[in-house]
Design a binder for this molecule. Structure first.
Ligand code: ATP
Ligand code: MG
Length: 173
């Protein structure tokens, strides 16, 4: 595995999640796999919606809660710095066991022409390759703030990327 760096960001509101998605959509490349972790409602699908938009997806981005995967064509030549043909968005929460990843044929979705975002990757532990990037979303766990409105939209995200990514150039802060 290549060397990685992990850093933590505060996302004060959903607009910050959108900015993060836009920044990461700029550096993602065909063939890459991104794990999205964090509890229910932490913001994984929300991040994916903004990420898909940033890659030029114009239609509705539905949560693949029951379908396990939703796929999008990325054929707009104006949005192709990444060189990928498809974006696959997985939500493996309802995957019965890891080997279903293979029996469902999902392994073939990860190929040099696609970008894959995978929610609940631990459900297919052992079946998935090492991701290029890992994002772990958390509610901000400050009990004193729980009832306040600002708490509602605030998240923290732990991001793991290869050291080759110039994190400062992402201007995420
Ligand atoms: N800073 C934020 N970033 C992302 N989402 C936020 C933020 N603040 C509030 N939200 C809201 O939190 C909710 C996150 O739900 P979302 O479906 O993205 O979670 P999820 O992690 O995909 O959950 P699940 O594991 O159930 O699929 C959305 O309703 C979104 O509008
Ligand atoms: Mg989700």
């Amino acid at each position: 595995m290549s060397e990685n760096v992990t850093f933590k960001l505060t996302l004060p509101n959903e607009a910050a999640t959108e900015r993060l998605a836009q920044q990461l959509a700029r550096i993602v490349r065909a063939g890459e796999v991104i794990f999205l972790q964090g509890e229910l409602g932490a913001g994984k699908t929300t991040f994916t919606r903004y990420f898909a938009r940033a890659l030029g997806v114009t239609g509705r981005v539905k949560s693949p809660t029951y379908t396990l995967v939703e796929s999008y064509d990325l054929t707009n030549p104006n949005h192709e710095p990444h060189g990928a043909r498809q974006l696959h968005h997985f939500d493996l929460y309802r995957l019965g066991e890891a080997r279903e990843w293979f029996s469902a044929g999902f392994d073939e979705y990860l190929n040099p022409h696609s970008i894959a975002l995978i929610e609940w990757p631990t459900q297919a532990q052992g079946a998935l390759p090492e991701p290029t990037m890992r994002l772990s979303f958390e509610h901000v766990d400050d009990a004193a703030d729980v009832s306040s409105e600002s708490f509602d939209g605030q998240r923290q995200v732990r991001i793991t990327v290869p050291v080759s990514v110039d994190v400062r150039a992402l201007s995420l802060e």
